[in-house]
Ligand binder design. Sequence first.
Ligand code: AMP
Length: 375
Amino acid sequence: MRIGVLGGGQLGRMLALAGLPMGVEFTFLDPAPDACAAAVGRHLPAPYTDPTALAELARTCQRATYEFENVPVQAVRELARSVPVYPPPRALEVAQDRLAEKRFFRSLGIPTPEFAAVDSLAELEAAVEQVGLPAVLKTRRMGYDGKGQRVLREPRELQPAWEALGGDGLILEAFVPFRRELSVLAVRDRAGQMACYPVVQNHHEAGILRLSVAPAPGLDSALEQLAHDYARRVLHALSYVGVLCVEVFEVAGMLLANEMAPRVHNSGHWTIEGAWTSQFANHVRAVAGLPLGSAQARGWCAMVNLLGEQPDPVEVLQVPGTYYHWYGKAVRPGRKVGHVTVCADRLELLLERLEELRRRGLRVPPVPASTAPQP
Ligand code: AMP
């Protein structure tokens, strides 16, 4: 079996690293000549919409998937005409538009922050009346890692924010004074079987994921169930196949959905060593039509993203329970170039190991009991 993948970054690379032992091979369509997944599969360097490359993918692969969220939906639909594509293109379409995504959550009874569509300065003023301040103004499309967003605190900030972001459609959301950010990863196969990973606690810096801890320490079991229920509702509604991530805010004993990613996700990298079946292995299994594996955690895990930095693996790997992942990408400021996972059978031991990594020079943010944002 060969799976065609739209996108050939680190997510594609880790998919192949999980799929190859099961005899599944990969072809990556990615315009970047130095796509880092090329080390573990065939690489077609072409634009995502290139008809020849899409036809080649369809001819040589028995299934297709995507690992990059901004691939044009048209390309995915085109591919789906000749080869089964999982997750379904509809999932990508919903996830690419923050407004459609929030309306979709609401249609499933999943609560979200208050929001309003904004297409003009007058609509922004009306949206602020409705949603209140502080609020977050976001572009509906192509935003990721905190790009394309502005926090609004005062009425005088409206016009400059509109001028900076206005154009292709915006959404205004109430600023949520969350206790912490969590994410839930789940997987569904073609027969409708589902498995949910333990809920993860995430810590972002400047909109980029820096640290994940799993399972989320001290999470109320009712909230854990609720997060799993949100994920199951989304999977079911979309007749989804593959791994899905839903990011939520924990606030006042409730979970509000922020966004979803119809693919394997950075907050699930810990599952490579920390769960019985990694998110990558389960995604490959679902797409290839193989039975899903257990999504249970083996113990406690933390994942630290390496952002534009290459720590010495000799230092990092001296700490017991530690795993070093390097994506083979050129180092640029702030770029995700690798991650470090730390595992332990007790939370206290996990925190001690993180402290030891700090002493050895790894930039590890403090594990926050609460990551409440400052508006
Ligand atoms: P997003 O691209 O929507 O995931 O936003 C990036 C980060 O901005 C999130 O991980 C949060 O830390 C923060 N953020 C986004 N939306 C809100 C909101 N409505 N209220 C508070 N913080 C937010």
